[in-house]
Design a protein around this ligand. Structure first.
Ligand code: IMP
Ligand code: MG
Length: 179
């Protein structure tokens, strides 16, 4: 598996440092609250596990799995819920946890849905941000690292469901795509 990686974008140490920094910020902002942390499956699982260890206040963990509807080439911005939350978000401070924010269509739709369900507040924490790919007006309050517009794998992020278990984030060698 490691042999398929051409270069490393974020090392394990850089990822852990980002988790620590973001965890401290969230701790400060949510002091005395009981935020509902919503991890978006499956990419956010590793990040969520490391991040919440650095949040020094009570949190509740939930997960959601969604898939985007694609009408032709443009994403419609609608999402199909494959796995819904197990609790109500009404009057809750929600923190959506994502692996990567790219076009923003998925997160925008999730945010709209949680607002419609009357969440008290909704913020986004993403490990990676590709601002150059954005199609809708959405930003994460908490960002681990901004990265250029390259396809990355590892630490939750997959290529054809593989590489999620890499402890770092990297670029695949060109030959992997043509295999
Ligand atoms: P978007 O922001 O709605 O375009 O969707 C972001 C989703 O696309 C993420 O949750 C990932 O599942 C996937 N994705 C975007 N960029 C990458 C990448 O570089 N590697 C792996 N998955 C990616
Ligand atoms: Mg994803």
């Amino acid at each position: 598996m490691h042999n398929d990686i051409g270069s490393i974008v974020l090392t394990e140490e850089q990822i852990q440092a980002a988790c620590e920094r973001l965890g401290k910020e969230i701790t400060k902002d949510y002091e005395g609250k009981f935020p509902l942390c919503v991890g978006i499956l499956k990419g956010s699982v590793l990040f969520m596990g490391d991040l919440i260890k650095h949040i020094d206040t009570h949190v509740e963990m939930e997960f959601m799995d969604v898939s985007s509807y694609h009408g032709g080439t443009e994403s419609t911005g609608e999402v199909k819920i494959l796995k819904d939350l197990g609790v109500s978000v009404e009057n809750r401070d929600v923190i959506i946890i994502e692996d990567i924010l790219e076009t923003g269509t998925t997160l925008n739709a999730i945010k709209d849905l949680l607002a419609y369900r009357k969440a008290k507040s909704i913020e986004i924490v993403t490990l990676l941000d590709k601002p150059s790919k954005r199609k809708v007006d959405i930003e994460a309050k908490y960002v681990g690292e901004k990265i250029p517009d390259d396809f990355v794998v590892g630490y939750g992020l997959d290529y054809q469901e593989k590489y999620r278990n890499l402890p770092y984030i990297g670029l695949l060698k060109e030959e992997v795509y043509t295999k």
